[in-house]
Design a protein around this ligand. Sequence first.
Ligand code: NAP
Length: 282
Amino acid sequence: MKIGWIGLGNMGIPMASNLLAADYKVAVWNRSPEKASPLLALGATLVPTVSQLVDQSDILFTMVSDDDAVKAVYSGPEGIFAAAAHGKLAIDMSTISPDTSRWIAGESKQAGLRFLDAPVSGSVGPAKEGTLVIMVGGDEADYKQAKPLLDKLGKAAIHLGPNGAGASAKLAINLLLGITVQGVAETLLFARSLGIGTDQMLNIISESAVGTPLIRGKAASILADDFPAAFALKHMAKDLRLATAAGVSTPLAESANASYRHALESGLGDLDLMAIIKHLEG
Ligand code: NAP
């Protein structure tokens, strides 16, 4: 089976690497082709156009930034729909709105392409380890065909219903992620204002019932005040905006949406989402 992979950002690189490690033949396309070099070293082929990628693939994966990027790679003038996609299966793992996912699914049907929305929970670490949680929307038969591949990328690939169901579940889990990270930031800043050191407070959180791998994973960044992006803050701002557009209007959701939006506007978008602490400390 030949795989085509579109999107070689923080997530796409380690995910495609796992398919190569499992001995699949993987061809890749990225808007910025130079980002493919780590995969070429692992045996991937770089192709110059999406059309050529579609031609030489049985199954296509897309892992790009947002709704606009997904629309560009599927329905743009040089996108998947403009190529000979009939009979193939496309799996979009980007985090986008359920409406856009359903729209892409409808357009795919017109083009004779089968389509799954399959966004992921878990950042670069789980992407490298192949332990993502994958939320899938689409036809059961397509899910069954994709499952062996998804099992190389994640520890759980859960079929939730028709197209858009995966995208919907992803917005819900990322609502919890955004709120949690902001909660950690507020807790540390509050403790600091009372004279409790950040290292001591991180230790207390870690040992407590609310300690999680997420918080332990962010500790080094927080202590060094250095936030290279594993999950960029701009993507969290996008996900909360999408959740709001999809109807969430609860108090914590509204507050987190506003905080990440303001942090993005103040120029923190390319840092890790944990940089919300920089925004909150003012
Ligand atoms: P990223 O590092 O910012 O990479 C984005 C990718 O999208 C790059 O390959 C970029 O191409 C491509 N792209 C952007 N706009 C495009 C366009 N108009 N046409 C074609 N390609 C375009 O993002 P990421 O962290 O890998 O995240 C990818 C998706 O996964 C996002 O939807 C994000 O919300 C979601 N996600 C991320 C994480 C995480 O921890 N990072 C976790 C779960 C889910 P260039 O290289 O040319 O810029």
